[in-house]
Design a protein around this ligand. Structure first.
Ligand code: GLP
Length: 241
């Protein structure tokens, strides 16, 4: 794993965005895996800014999001569909039909998991996956204990994840209990991965990822066995390294 330490969150966002943009220039039909949460929003802002200033085009790009809550409508401001439109898709020239997110409102959720997994493979897999990390080491919504061989599946969210994400909801009660997430093996199949880690609240998680033993009890440690991972971490997040 390559580790890029930056002094600020702005620098982290700037550096990761610059690399993503140059990859899109090199391959205009890039298959780009996207993440939600607060951490990637700085990168998305810079992609939008660059699209405005330098006209980088997304007309041939396909995006694949990691996860989506179950039983939240796409129009709900807390859905990841809504999040992605607000934070990226509505501000660049990507055709909406080329943006792909699991459907947490599908009638048959097991079938939706299979469809999404197959759909990514039918597109030839993901070239570059953007990832954040949960304080408990989750990637996507793969909570501790998830099998490293998992593919897209339904997950019961841990109480700590629901609590951490409750800041976006009116109350903890409103946070969904389940989500659809790409599995660990689905994420590991990406050709390249950028992991974005920011803030003191992620310092322990990052230290455990870098120095701890590879274990399903801390899902992010699986990244140690991927051939092409770059971690972008700001000063607060890398404080324990
Ligand atoms: C959610 C998402 C993850 C994300 C994590 C951390 O649980 N499903 O993909 O990495 O939050 O989010 P944040 O960047 O807000 O700390």
């Amino acid at each position: 794993m390559k580790l890029i330490k930056t002094s600020t969150y702005e620098e982290l966002s700037q550096m990761a965005a610059a690399q993503i943009i140059s990859k899109i220039h090199a391959n205009p039909s890039l298959k780009l895996g996207l993440a939600t949460g607060s951490t990637p929003t700085g990168v998305y802002k810079r992609l939008i800014q660059d699209h405005g200033e330098n006209k980088t085009t997304y007309k041939q790009v396909n995006t694949f999001n990691l996860d989506e809550y179950i039983e939240i409508s796409k129009k709900d401001p807390n859905s990841y569909h809504y999040f992605m439109c607000e934070n990226l898709f509505d501000h660049i020239d990507i055709p909406l039909e080329q943006t792909h997110i699991p459907d947490g409102t599908a009638k048959d959720l097991e079938e939706e998991c299979k469809r999404y997994e197959q759909f990514i493979q039918d597109h030839g897999g993901i070239d570059l996956q953007i990832l954040g990390i949960g304080q408990n080491g989750h990637i996507g919504f793969n909570e501790p204990g998830t099998s490293f061989s998992s593919r897209t599946h339904i997950i019961n969210l841990s109480e700590s994840t629901r609590k951490a994400n409750s800041r976006f909801f009116k109350s903890l009660e409103d946070v969904p209990r389940q989500a659809i997430t790409m599995g660990i093996a689905s994420i590991m199949a990406s050709k390249e991965i950028f992991l974005l880690v920011s803030g003191a609240s992620k310092a322990e998680a990052l230290a455990r990822l870098v120095n701890g033993e590879v274990s399903e009890s801390f899902p992010a440690t699986v990244l140690n066995s991927h051939k092409n991972v770059t971690i972008f971490a700001d000063k607060e997040a890398s404080a324990l390294l």
